[in-house]
Design a protein around this ligand. Sequence first.
Ligand code: C2E
Ligand code: CA
Ligand code: CA
Length: 544
Amino acid sequence: MVRRGISRKNLVAIVLGVILGGAPTLAFDHWVHQLAERDNAAQAAMAAQRAIELADGRVSQVITALDDLVKDGVTSCTPDHVETMRKAAFAVTPIKGVGLLRPDGTLACQQPTAKPIDRTVLSNEPLPGAPGYSIDVIQFGDNPHMVRLSRKIDDTISIAAVMPGDMFVPMLGAVGPFGAHARMTTANGAVLGESGAITLDSKPSRTMSVARRFSQKYGFQVISTQPIINSNYSDLAGISLFVKIAVAVLLIVFALLMPRRSRNNPVAELERALDAGEFVPFYQPIVDIRSGQLRGAEVLMRWRKGDDSLVLPASFIPLAESTGLILPMTRALMRQVVAEMGAAIGCRPGLKVSFNFAAQLFRDESIVKEVRNAFANSPVDLSQVVLELTERDPIENLTETRRVIAALQGIGVRIAIDDVGTGHSGLSYMLKLGVDIIKIDKMFVDSIGTDRNSTTIVETLVDLAHNMRMDIVAEGVESFDQVVHLRDLGIRSAQGYVFSPPLPGGAFLKLVEAIDPLPAAAMEGRVAGAARRYMSARSRFNAA
Ligand code: C2E
Ligand code: CA
Ligand code: CA
């Protein structure tokens, strides 16, 4: 049976490949995101911290300058006081202007001088950490707002300095403006400075990092948010892309190499050979050594490779058995025998065809259906089928095996035990299986007549078989002396090179037709080589 398309194994391999390939890239993406998240949170925190430090530093500078002016007695608008104020405004960077304020908030004098302009006080509150100081946010006309620090000198006069509002605008990190935002407020929440798009959201989301920093000195507060996906990660995004491409390339290379690898993988090679129909049956005749008649054949598997070379079963049957491939291989073999030999066997009811069945095939009763299906709608009657149980591995469950054997016998099939005397279990154990035929191994056949013990064992087997109404087949018979000995011991059937080696289907078919011609299919005197050998062997041993 040829299986095509995506097998379950391939499907599992594909799913595994996707998981194995996908998992690292997902993990990598996750890692990149986490890295970006951590980095962004750090950037947001840094931007906030830096803004606070700058504001604290500038406000301290201004307070020191104002305190110094008060210490120097600058409390009126006399020309020398105004000159001192001018120098201070010039010397202290954050100060845009210095002046003296009346209690109603109007300016008594200021340095540098400026045209009077509309002003709106947006907020006014005491400055924590600086006793006597207020901090106000003031709008002069349409100009950007200013931050004013003022210190009361006495009930009639205060000294004040204005700073540009942009000194309180937090700088955003290297992140760029997209979605990033930061805002500095006073302790009471008045806005001192703000930068970036106004998407302030203090709740951290998956795409934003939020940082909050407070000034220990003056109660300022900065909230800064940074979007996580940004150009800073273009490197990592590049690496991520690289990893994905690398994994994809690896998967493709692996997929391309797979077929080549499978050529070095013996199991895959067996599967391929099975699909390609490279396992073929050979037939070794089994002969009645009393009459010289053909009793049937044992089917022996051969692996016919693409180059027509033949591989013997010893090189591949053990692997087929250990991987479970032996079942589909045996199934395919039965079908081929039916296809090429079904007619010849079917019309000669005396012929039997034997198959080697690994012990594992007797493990459950589904094999009964397999065998029935293989010969259903074929000329071969199930009573012509023999299954040889080879006990290469110890039989695990004797009771179950016994049951399956009985079920097979129930559909008319006969069971043989192969290689008797060489397996793992004792003879009596094997006989508990209730088989129909025992096959005496070549090892015993070889020593008959020369080794007293072997002869005794074979004699015992023959007695046993007769008592239990079992047939005996001797295997590996290579000489006429052996044939004579076996016949003298009461053995009826034999196979071996003395009669014929295993033959390919075509040759065996010719042999069958030559020695047992059907009236319609008589071979008109044409006798194949194998048949000739078989005939001469038969006449020689008949003469013996
Ligand atoms: P086996 O069932 O004991 O088969 C007999 C082996 O002895 C065959 O070897 C056959 O070619 C060889 N033989 C036959 N006559 C003579 C002889 O006169 N002298 C010598 N020296 N050898 C002889 P082969 O074909 O190499 O098969 C080896 C084994 O592989 C078989 O031993 C059988 O156990 C296993 N086998 C073959 N076909 C199948 C199969 O379809 N399924 C399973 N499960 N096993 C198989
Ligand atoms: Ca056999
Ligand atoms: Ca054998």
